[in-house]
Ligand binder design. Structure first.
Ligand code: UDP
Length: 528
C-alpha cells in the first residue's frame, strides 16, 4: 500500500514536471478567465483592467487543450441542464441519440456528426448554494409545500428578476467557465468565437436561459456587451408538458421548442416571438420513437398503421417480458420512486384479486418501483403475499420502460411529463396519482382534456378506476379502447427527431457562416 502511494506520488510529480516542460509558448493556449485585449469583466459587465484579471495557467491541461483541432470532423452542441428530476437529462440524451441516428441513417442530409456536451451546469459549476439544487429538489419533491413556495415565488415578476440578478452576480464567472470548456468526452474545437466553444448552445432546463444568453453574448462580443451582439445560436427545448415555469421562456433565444398548445401560449405570454416558437412534442428516449429501436427513416405510415402496431405488439411484448397474456395494470413510481407506490399497489392488488375471484378472469399487475428499494422489498415476498388469482411482478428501476408500457393496458403514475408523453405514444390510458405543484399541475388537464386518463389521489380511488376501466372492456367500443385511441392521437413519436433535424439544420447553417467568415478574413489577410 505504502509502495503504491509513493509510486503514485512519483508518477504525479513526474507528470507535473513533464507538464511544465510543455509550458505553453504562446498566450493562445493559456487558459484565461477573461479576454486580454478588453480587460476582464466585473460582476456586472464593467471592464476591469487586465492586470486585475485572474490568469490561471494549468500547464498540462493547457497542453492538452492545444491538441490539434479537428474542426471539420464534427459540429458541437453544448446542452445545459440540471438533474432536478430525471427528465432533463433524459431529454438531452434523447437529442444526442437523435443526432447520431440522423447522421447514420441519412448522411446525405446530415453529413457532419454532431457531438453533444451535456452538462449539469448548476451542480458542476455553480457555487454554493446553486450546486445544491439536485438535493434540494429531492427534498422539496417530498415536502411539496416547500416546492410550491419556491416555484410560486420564483414565478412572480419580482422573483424572476431577483433570481436573474443574484444568479448573474454569483454565477457569471463559473458558468462562463462551463460555456468555454472543452467537452471532456470529445476534444473538438469550434472554429468561431475566439475560444474552443460549442457551435451552438441548447438549454433543456427552466433555469438555463437568462444567464447563459448573457454569457454567450459576452463571449461573442469579446466582453463588450451582455445584451447585444450574440452570434452563437441559442435554443430552448422545453421538457415540461402541460405547464411550465415562466423562466423557461426568454425572448432572446433563437428558437423555443414547446410540446403543447398550453406551453406555446405560455411562451407567447412571455413575449417570445411567434416565429421562434416551434411545436413538435417532448424529446424522449429512443425506445418510444416511431418503430422504437427498429427506426427507419423511410417510414412515414399513417395513424391507422400506428394504431395497429401498438395493439399488435401487446401479446408479443408480454411474452418477451415473461408476463402472461392478461389484462395488465402498470404502476410506476417516479425515477426516484416517489408517489406512495406501496399503498397504491396494495389497493390495486387487492381489488384485482377480488375481481378475479368474482369473475373467473385473471389479472396482472406490474409494479416498477424505480430507485425506491424499500418499496420494492415491501411489495415482494416474503414481506408481501399477493392473492392466488393474480399475477404480480415487482421491479426496481427498469431500463426498458417502453416494453413495459407496450405490454400494459392501464398506467398508474405520478404526473411526470416524460412518463405521460411515453404512455401516450404507447396508447396507454393513465391514472395520475399525484403531481408536483407548479409544473406538473398542468399535466393533469393535459391528460384529461386529451381524453386518455384521469386524476385519482387516493389508493382506493385508483382501485375503483382500474375496476371501472376493466369492467368496460367487455362492452363494444369500450371506454378503455376509446382512451387508447385518444392517447395515440395525442402522441408525438416523431418529436425527438423533428427537433434534432431543426437543430442540425441551424447548426450546419452556422458552420457555413463561420466558414465564409474565415475565408473572408483569410482573403483580407492575404490582401494586406
Ligand atoms: N423511468 C425509467 N425506469 C424506471 C422508472 C422511471 O426509465 O424504473 C423513467 C420514465 O420512463 C421517465 C422518467 O423515468 O422517462 C421519469 O420522467 P418524468 O418526466 O415522468 O418525471 P421526473 O422524474 O422528470 O420528475
Amino acid at each position: 500500500m505504502r509502495v503504491e502511494k509513493s509510486s503514485a506520488a512519483i508518477w504525479l510529480l513526474s507528470l507535473a514536471s513533464s507538464a511544465r516542460a510543455f509550458q505553453p509558448p504562446s498566450p493562445s493556449i493559456i487558459r484565461r478567465h477573461h479576454h486580454h485585449h478588453h480587460g476582464a469583466e466585473g460582476p456586472f459587465g464593467e471592464v476591469v483592467s487586465p492586470s486585475k484579471a485572474a490568469f490561471t495557467v494549468t500547464p498540462l491541461f493547457s497542453a492538452l487543450r492545444a491538441a490539434p483541432p479537428t474542426d471539420d470532423d464534427a459540429a458541437t452542441i453544448q446542452i445545459l441542464m440540471s438533474d432536478t428530476g430525471g427528465g432533463h437529462r433524459a431529454s438531452a440524451n434523447a437529442l444526442r441519440d437523435a443526432f447520431n441516428v440522423l447522421h447514420e441513417t441519412d448522411p446525405m442530409r446530415f453529413p457532419l456528426p454532431i457531438k453533444c456536451d451535456i452538462v449539469d451546469i448548476y451542480t458542476d459549476y455553480g457555487p454554493f448554494p446553486f450546486n445544491m439544487y439536485v438535493q434540494a429538489y429531492k427534498i422539496m419533491a417530498e415536502y411539496t409545500f416547500l416546492w410550491k413556495w419556491f416555484y410560486e415565488t420564483g414565478a412572480t415578476p419580482f422573483g424572476l428578476w431577483l433570481y436573474d440578478v443574484v444568479l448573474e452576480l454569483i454565477c457569471f464567472g463559473p458558468f462562463k467557465e462551463c460555456m468555454t470548456r472543452v467537452d471532456p468526452n470529445n476534444v473538438v474545437s469550434s472554429p468561431g468565437g475566439g475560444g474552443k466553444r460549442a457551435d451552438m448552445v441548447v438549454s433543456v432546463h427552466p433555469l438555463c436561459q437568462d444567464l447563459p444568453l448573457k454569457i454567450l453574448t459576452s463571449l461573442d462580443t469579446d466582453g463588450a456587451s451582455r445584451k447585444v451582439g450574440r452570434t452563437t445560436p441559442f435554443v430552448t427545448v422545453v421538457t415540461d408538458l402541460g405547464g411550465a415555469h415562466p423562466s423557461w421562456f426568454n425572448r432572446g433565444v433563437d428558437r423555443c421548442f414547446v410540446p403543447s398548445d398550453v406551453l406555446k401560449n405560455a411562451a407567447l405570454d412571455r413575449n417570445v416571438d411567434e416565429s421562434k416558437i416551434v411545436q413538435y412534442g417532448l424529446p424522449i428516449r429512443r425506445g418510444f420513437w416511431r418503430f422504437g429501436s427498429e427506426f427507419d427513416m423511410s417510414g412515414s405510415d399513417g395513424k391507422e398503421e400506428k394504431n395497429e402496431r401498438a395493439k399488435m405488439n401487446k401479446p408479443a411484448m408480454r411474452e418477451r417480458l415473461g408476463l402472461s397474456n392478461l389484462p395488465t395494470v402498470l404502476i410506476v413510481g417516479g425515477g426516484d420512486g416517489m408517489g406512495g407506490i406501496v399503498s397504491q399497489a396494495k389497493a390495486v392488488g387487492e381489488r384485482l384479486q377480488k375481481l378475479a375471484t368474482s369473475s373467473s378472469t385473471s389479472y396482472q399487475m406490474v409494479v416498477v418501483c424505480g430507485n425506491n428499494k424499500a418499496a420494492q422489498s415491501s411489495l415482494s415476498p416474503p414481506q408481501m403475499q399477493w392473492g392466488a388469482d393474480i399475477n404480480v411482478h415487482v421491479h426496481g428501476f427498469v431500463n426498458n420502460m417502453d416494453e413495459f408500457m407496450r405490454a400494459s393496458d392501464i398506467l398508474v403514475t405520478k404526473a411526470g411529463p416524460g412518463t405521460i408523453a411515453e404512455a401516450s405514444i404507447c396508447g396507454l390510458p393513465c391514472i395520475l396519482s399525484s403531481f408536483l405543484p407548479g409544473q406538473e399541475e398542468g399535466n393533469v388537464p393535459y391528460v384529461v382534456d386529451n381524453g386518455f386518463g384521469c386524476y385519482q389521489g387516493s389508493p382506493e380511488g385508483i382501485a375503483d378506476t382500474v375496476e371501472e376501466w376493466f369492467a368496460s372492456t367487455r362492452a363494444e367500443g369500450s371506454m378503455l379502447e376509446r382512451m387508447q385511441e385518444c392517447a395515440l392521437i395525442a402522441a408525438r413519436p416523431d418529436a425527438t427527431l423533428d427537433i434534432a433535424k431543426d437543430l442540425a439544420e441551424m447548426l450546419y447553417a452556422r458552420r457555413e457562416e463561420l466558414k465564409k467568415a474565415k475565408k473572408v478574413s483569410a482573403a483580407i489577410a492575404v490582401a494586406a
